[in-house]
Design a protein around this ligand. Structure first.
Ligand code: ADP
Ligand code: ADP
Length: 220
């Protein structure tokens, strides 16, 4: 199935322990929030799940397999990591077209995802002039290109205006309602409250809570 499984994950950078023995499972059909303060190890965990960084020990799998073997980026897993880092002189359309081409995805899909995230009107504008909110939308469009069953979004709400925040809530919920696995990090409980069904809370690289959103609100 389309579970994300993290087992006894440890990641050290020199003397810094970014992830200290983390285990959890993210299931399809709901929005799972990945909550914790800045520096808690959320991005590191996501990067390891995506095969962009190596664990010191432990494992991370998607659909039962490590990302590095046999998992197709974009088609099986779409990800948004560090939207602010999307730069370059290319237009939004060409940025997505290049990504689509290198993954054998047709150009028609580029138009579809631009429409989905509300960027059709600025598709011909250069990405370097984009606000952070527009970059978030563009990053989400990229993550959607391959119509993947699993989506991992790192702090997608950062930099969005109130209208964008309202949009992303409904959008993430609709992706989960379609049966997808939706894993979304945030350092703000308030951002997840009306969005996530389930939450994995981390602090200093350790699991603090793994519960329904209702359970978390009740406990606090
Ligand atoms: P979060 O996403 O929850 O803000 P991170 O995973 O970015 O947390 O960071 C966890 C810890 O690991 C922090 O102390 C951070 O400084 C450290 N860290 C993350 N990436 C690196 C790296 N490439 N080199 C050294 N330390 C890192
Ligand atoms: P480059 O510009 O060097 O081709 P990209 O970042 O465009 O680098 O893409 C490199 C590879 O990373 C892509 O072929 C794709 O497999 C993967 N990738 C890029 N963006 C995403 C994403 N949003 N979700 C999942 N995989 C991605």
């Amino acid at each position: 199935s389309d579970d994300i499984e993290v087992r006894e994950l440890i990641k050290r950078y020199g003397t810094t322990t970014a992830v200290a023995d983390l285990s959890f499972t993210v299931r399809p059909g709901r929005v799972t929030g990945f909550l914790g303060p800045n520096g808690a190890g959320k991005s590191t965990t996501m990067r390891i799940i995506l095969g962009l960084d190596r664990a010191t020990s432990g494992s991370a799998t998607v659909g039962g397999r490590p990302f590095t073997d046999a998992i197709q980026p974009l088609r099986q897993v779409g990800a948004l990591l560090d939207a602010a880092a999307v730069h370059g002189g290319r237009t939004a359309y060409l940025h997505l077209l290049a990504l689509a081409r290198s993954n054998d995805i047709g150009r028609r899909r580029v138009g579809e995802v631009l429409d989905t995230v509300g960027l059709t009107d600025v598709a011909g504008k250069r990405v370097k002039g984009f606000s952070l909110g527009m970059r978030q939308r563009l990053g989400i469009a990229a993550a959607l290109l391959g119509d993947p069953p699993v989506l991992m979004l790192d702090e997608p709400v950062n930099g969005l205006d109130p209208e964008g925040i309202h949009w992303i809530r409904g959008f993430l919920r609709s992706l989960a309602a379609e049966g997808r696995t939706v894993f979304v990090s945030s350092h703000l409980m308030s951002e997840m409250q009306d969005t996530a069904d389930h939450v994995i809370v981390v602090g200093q690289g350790r699991l603090v809570a793994d519960t329904t959103m209702a359970g978390l609100i009740h406990a606090s």
